[in-house]
Design a protein around this ligand. Structure first.
Ligand SMILES: Cc1cc2nc3c(=O)[nH]c(=O)nc-3n(C[C@H](O)[C@H](O)[C@H](O)COP(=O)(O)O)c2cc1C
Length: 265
């Protein structure tokens, strides 16, 4: 696995967004994808999702940490990577993943963080990882796209100890047993009068096994690779601030070059 060098820099907006998120107790974001209606017209599709921070850094709650320590051979991945990519988790049976596939992975994520009076919009592409069957073409493509934007923050000699499987398992461990059980629900979005033939699929199940084959078959981590970020700061109503960052390519040292511009709000 090859990754950017230790000198690679964070995106200029990253720490500011991170600090805003840390000041916000419990936040969700709105995730927009592109779908197609019955006439095959492109249409916006939006939903609320829980933001799981920047990939692959995730601070587990004590119960999740305990589950990782007990159930994952050799424990969690070494903390050697960081990135500017935001994550959420989802069920492979929902509509957003096929919408990403059919639209060239286009996504926009939006936060309204009222405590800091700021709206953040993050435009880019998104990739789902976590297929327990291993690296088929789609999983392989997602991993390659995500890998391109990982930065090494730890010891290069630990890279061989880091696996995609463990990275995904950590996000699964971060859910409560009931939330993990939702990945064994009957198929999302289908008529409630249709009972699934599969007796494994029921509402309200609790999953403590981090490798539960039914839940893990449906569980995915979605990783957003930002290309354009916008901050709208409404703290001062008489002098609102709107800043925009656009990814403009690579610097000589291989790190991302972001162009920043302040625009009229
Ligand atoms: C507070 C809240 C948090 C949610 N978090 C998630 C999430 O993290 N991932 C997810 O796939 N759906 C989440 N949902 C459900 C989605 O909003 C949506 O109903 C579901 O993902 C199906 O959308 P889709 O079929 O368009 O993919 C959440 C809903 C709410 C209200």
């Amino acid at each position: 696995m090859s990754v950017s060098s230790e000198k690679a820099q964070r995106a200029p907006w990253r720490d500011r967004l991170d600090s805003h998120l840390k000041q916000t107790p419990g936040y969700e974001f709105t995730i927009a994808t592109i779908g197609y209606d019955a006439q095959q017209r492109p249409v916006p599709r939006l939903r609320t999702c829980g933001c799981r921070g920047f990939f692959p850094e995730l601070e587990l709650h004590p119960k999740g940490q305990e589950a990782m320590d007990q159930q994952v051979e050799g424990g969690a991945n070494p903390s050697i990577f960081e990135s500017d990519m935001l994550t959420f988790t989802t069920d492979v049976r929902m509509e957003k993943l096929p919408q990403l596939e059919s639209s060239g992975h286009a996504i926009e994520a939006m936060f309204w963080l009222k405590d800091v009076m700021t709206q953040w919009r993050i435009k880019g592409t998104a990739y789902a990882i976590g297929n327990p069957q291993g690296e088929d073409a789609e999983e392989g493509n997602s991993r390659a796209e995500v890998q391109r934007a990982l930065r090494l923050k730890g010891d290069e000699s630990d890279i061989s100890k880091w696996t995609w499987e463990k990275a995904v398992t950590k996000y699964f461990a971060n859910h409560s047993p009931v939330a993990r059980g939702s990945f064994r629900n009957p198929p999302p979005g289908q008529s409630r009068s249709d009972y699934p033939n599969n007796p494994d699929l029921k509402l309200g199940q609790k999953v403590t096994d981090l490798h539960d084959p039914v839940a893990r078959a449906n569980f995915r981590v979605v990783i957003i690779r930002p290309e354009e970020v916008e901050e709208l700061d409404l703290t001062d109503q008489e002098n609102c601030k709107r800043r925009n960052w656009k990814l403009a390519g690579d610097r000589d040292d291989g790190t991302d070059l972001w162009n920043e511009i302040e625009v009229w709000p």
